[in-house]
Design a protein around this ligand. Structure first.
Ligand SMILES: CC(C)(COP(=O)(O)OP(=O)(O)OC[C@H]1O[C@@H](n2cnc3c(N)ncnc32)[C@H](O)[C@@H]1OP(=O)(O)O)[C@@H](O)C(=O)NCCC(=O)NCCS
Length: 204
């Protein structure tokens, strides 16, 4: 059995906590909308709301536990800036880093995103590398992947800074009711010692 996730991870500029509360839901909704590229009008017309976020996260957690009953399971870190003038207190939420597993024939995966105004300041690398370090060094997780759209240049570059290497691709089927429901190709990024994935299809 893997040891439990830390509830608190800190870096020079950020504090990550694995404990989203109902007060975080509006922020998480904005973040998810940004990551799915949904306009306000589209999310209204399709009735996306904070309940969609709760359902989405609950489903990810449930599937992770089913896919890896003895693995690290699921964590969802909210990434916050350190509060100004009080270095040890978490301040404004700017993004999240999730650790999950999509299906039994895939390794533990990192998913991440920041609100638009916080892109391009190095926060992504700082947050995701701290979670990856925790996974590998503290929890002993040897195999980790990230799935990234070929056009997502910033995320591909971030994966490179984490030491992940592109190794194959996978088809992702959209989740009905959340993403478009179509099929999209994702590049698979793995740690250098890992073998190419056998899975060729997965779910959003
Ligand atoms: C992908 C994503 C998390 C990247 O976050 P980010 O913080 O912009 O990425 P990085 O940490 O790589 O930082 C980007 C740039 O900030 C620059 N930067 C500015 N100030 C910096 C500082 N103080 N320290 C370090 N880097 C700094 C870096 O030079 C870096 O540029 P480079 O890639 O040319 O080296 C972000 O773009 C995002 O949330 N995108 C939308 C969601 C998404 O695509 N998620 C991934 C799905 S797979």
């Amino acid at each position: 059995m893997t040891p439990p996730f830390a509830n608190y991870i800190d870096t020079p500029r950020l504090i990550l906590t694995n404990d989203s509360t109902p007060a975080d839901l509006p922020f998480l909704f904005d973040l998810l909308k940004g990551m799915l590229g949904l306009s306000d009008a589209k999310s209204q017309s399709q009735s996306y709301n904070t309940d969609t976020v709760v359902e989405f996260l609950r489903e990810k957690e449930k599937k992770s536990k089913e896919a890896q009953p003895h693995g690290p399971g699921y964590a969802h870190y909210i990434v916050r800036l350190r509060q100004e003038g009080n270095d040890d207190s978490p301040g404004i939420a700017i993004g999240s880093v999730a650790v999950f597993c999509r299906q039994a024939d895939m390794p533990t995966e990192l998913g991440y995103g920041l609100l638009g105004p916080y892109h391009g300041k190095g926060y992504g690398t700082e947050a995701v590398s701290a979670v990856l370090r925790h996974l590998r060094q503290d929890l002993g997780v040897a195999e980790v992947c990230a799935l990234i759209r070929p056009t997502n240049v910033r995320s591909r570059r971030l994966a490179g800074k984490l030491g992940l290497e592109e190794n194959g691709s996978i088809k992702m089927l959209g989740q009905p009711g959340l993403s478009s429901g179509g099929v999209a190709e994702y590049c698979v990024f793995l740690l250098p010692h890992m073998e190419r994935l056998t899975a060729d299809t997965t779910w959003y």
